[in-house]
Write a protein that binds this ligand. Structure first.
Ligand code: G3P
Length: 214
């Protein structure tokens, strides 16, 4: 399973990269807005650190504008993936871009049929947002399970990026379901490595060592 990091923060990306945990990066306009600097400069910097796919989102809402923005974004670096919202105009843009070999990530997916349309339009990636569904008392991971089944049934190449991850259980369930990718916020990534018994074990080993070696 691939781990992407869901942030535009350079320090977080460098830190996760040094752990060997960054197979790719996803950003969105809200994540970019939190950081200092111009959108393009931030994306350029991320692409210099990470070899894997880096998702950068378009702002336009009509097909023509999305395609134009996508081409500009794709020119920034060879590992750019253009994030396109799941709308009719969006999937029209994905179709055009896939014919031009520009990689796309269809974002804001909340239903299995949206994911099916994204795959049929030629998207490289589809991003179901699990946390935002959980927030509405709907089970986000059930959506992922359904998308995994649909993509398996028809052998679609589109990879599933489990997005809007809020906790380690989302990552565990995504891995058990066979989702291709989890895009993980830095705070959740740190939690994956932690266990109180690991800390307790280290403390006990050190205490025994210090006692015996005094
Ligand atoms: O990058 C898309 C997604 O992961 C955003 O998550 O926490 O804003 O629902 P969130």
């Amino acid at each position: 399973m691939k781990f992407f990091i869901d942030t535009a923060n350079i320090k977080e990306i460098k830190d996760a990269h040094s752990m060997g945990m960054v197979d790719g990066v996803t950003t969105n306009p809200s994540l970019i807005a939190k950081e200092e600097g111009k959108f393009e400069d931030i994306i350029k910097q991320i692409c210099e650190i990470v070899d894997g796919p880096v998702s950068a989102e378009v702002i336009g809402l009509d097909t023509k504008t999305m395609v134009k923005e996508a081409k500009n974004l794709a020119a920034i670096a060879s590992n750019i993936v253009v994030k396109i919202p799941m709308t009719i105009d969006g999937i029209k843009a994905v179709k055009i871009l896939s014919q031009e070999q520009i990689k796309t990530n269809v974002t804001l997916i909340f239903s299995p049929l949206q994911a099916l349309m994204a795959a049929k339009s030629g998207a490289s990636y589809a991003s179901p947002f699990v946390g935002r569904l959980d927030d509405l008392s709907q089970d986000g991971m059930t959506l992922v399970e359904q998308i995994v089944d649909i993509y398996d049934n028809y052998a679609f190449d589109t990879e599933i990026i489990v997005a809007s991850i809020r906790n380690p259980i989302h990552v565990l369930e995504a891995a058990l379901m066979g989702a291709d990718i989890a895009t993980i916020p830095f705070n959740v990534l740190s939690k994956l490595a932690a266990h109180p018994l690991t800390d307790k074990g280290i403390d006990a080993f050190l205490a025994d060592w210090n006692k015996a070696k005094k």
